[in-house]
Design a protein around this ligand. Structure first.
Ligand code: PRP
Length: 202
């Protein structure tokens, strides 16, 4: 049995569709159930940011997670396959017409992606003051909570509709199949066979 942590929502659905194509079975979580067991797989329905945690602790052999989330956690996990879903970028967002003032002693940045934001500004020798938020990040510069945001941009529509402009891209992200090292060594054949089956559907 392989246990696979999936992030709730669209990525879980799109990943399960890949499994359906690969194995010819229907994989659907029932109503509010958080576990789905079928055809030698056990899927866990977890929050996006929690996927690497389940995999790191060995509660799941594998997981599907965005590279942006993986980068924030800094865990030592194996990236097996880019699933080419959930494609987006992590970018700066500014109030339309605003420019970042690099002459300030520090820039205040609202974000969920603390580490990514911090290392981006530090690589430009700019001190940052991170305001950690959990959602609706786009609000922060509008109400003076921050100078800018660092957030996920897929279509750019959320920023646009909230009077923000997309600035520099910090990184590209997409959902990847990841694995912990212990599972990789103890279940290598199964895991590589799964990787190849999924790859075959792409
Ligand atoms: C992300 C991000 C933006 C939105 C961007 O949120 O925080 O709000 O998507 O997409 P767009 O460029 O296509 O408008 P997500 O849906 O991941 O949810 P969450 O941040 O609330 O968890």
């Amino acid at each position: 049995m392989l246990t696979i942590a999936l992030p709730k929502g669209r990525i879980a659905k799109e990943t399960l569709e890949k499994f359906e194509k690969a194995f010819g079975e229907k994989f659907v979580f029932e109503d509010r159930k958080l576990i789905l067991e079928k055809a030698g797989f056990r899927f866990l329905n977890v929050r996006n940011q929690d996927v690497p945690t389940y995999v790191m602790h060995g509660a799941a052999d594998l997981g599907v997670v965005g590279l942006d989330v993986l980068q924030e956690k800094e865990y030592d996990l194996i990236k097996l396959l880019d699933l080419k879903i959930g494609q987006c970028k992590v970018a700066i967002g500014l109030k339309a017409g605003d420019k970042l003032d690099w002459s300030k002693p520090s820039i205040r940045v609202a974000t969920k992606h603390e580490k990514i934001a911090k290392s981006f500004f530090e690589s430009k020798a700019m001190a940052v003051d991170i305001v950690k938020l959990y959602g609706s990040i786009e609000l922060a510069p509008l109400v003076g909570l921050s100078d800018c945001i660092v957030d996920i941009v897929e279509t750019g529509e959320t920023m646009k509709q909230n009077g923000l402009e997309v600035g520099d891209t910090i990184m590209q992200s997409s959902a990847n199949l990841i694995c912990n090292k212990n599972s990789y060594y103890t279940k290598k054949d199964k895991i590589l066979a799964l990787k190849d089956s999924i790859k075959g559907t792409m």
